[in-house]
Write a protein that binds this ligand. Sequence first.
Ligand code: SF4
Length: 313
Amino acid sequence: MASDPVEVRRSVAAWLRHAAAFRGLRCVRSAGPVERQEILRSDEAVTPKAHQGTLEAKGAPSTSDGAARSGSAGGAARAPEAGTERGAQSARSGAARGEDLRARAARWPPEMKLRYLADKVIGDCHRCPLARGRRSIVFGVGSARARIVFVGEAPGGEEDLRGEPFVGPAGARLDAWLDAVGLARDDVYIANVVKCRPPGNRDPRPSEVDACAPFLRAQLRAIEPRVIVALGRHAAMFMSGRDDMSLGRLRRMQLAYRDPKMQGRTIPVVATYHPAFILRKPEGAERDRFESGVLGDLRRAIEIAESSGREHP
Ligand code: SF4
């Protein structure tokens, strides 16, 4: 039996730690101040590991190195084995749950993927400062199985008010173009790169585009369109990954949308004018010339959609 007082204190504390695993807080309450300290330290050593399992299941970077370092430096190093096992078990079951959800989600129909994105992923998003001035998050409308997806830059005042992209005069112009090429709004899907209205209808800032773009990317992975029509220069640059080019030049190029999560698959992009830009032109020959250019772009998009791509099962 140990006679050194330090050894005695260590033995008592070790016994209490093991007892705590069975008796929980009752043991903390009945212990003296030194032992209580020891037990609580043991619990602290368990809790971050259990929590880490949940975080890793959510895709957060592993903190196990840090935990190991802090463990070797002090009392946390003496965490009871039962606690370590509990943390590892929690990590395994959390990761399994995450994997399970991902595997199931991959088989969901596109309608369900979009619904989950809108309800559970975006939710009441505050990932960028545009959340402060918005009235609605303008997610997107149309067919989840559309062959053609139209993408604008950001919602304006009318869209913000109604929570739907391309409504008001610009939306009416887009509807007229769709009608002219034999499409209805329900045949296509319409969304914006950024989901909340920038104040004063200014251009979205790069940091706002970076914050919001993953939602559009996820929408496109859910819909898997055959072709994307980018409305306006900013949307065309974003969708094609081309910087600083005039829309006139982008319209003449063969563009493609790439997403690292699409396993090398690309989606053709057709760039054309934004309806708001056309509406700013005075009525007459010049506007007609621009509009006939838009209709030509839309017919090209339809040809691409009819000649390529894959269907949803
Ligand atoms: S613009 Fe996008 S990222 Fe920013 S708050 Fe709205 S939904 Fe979230």
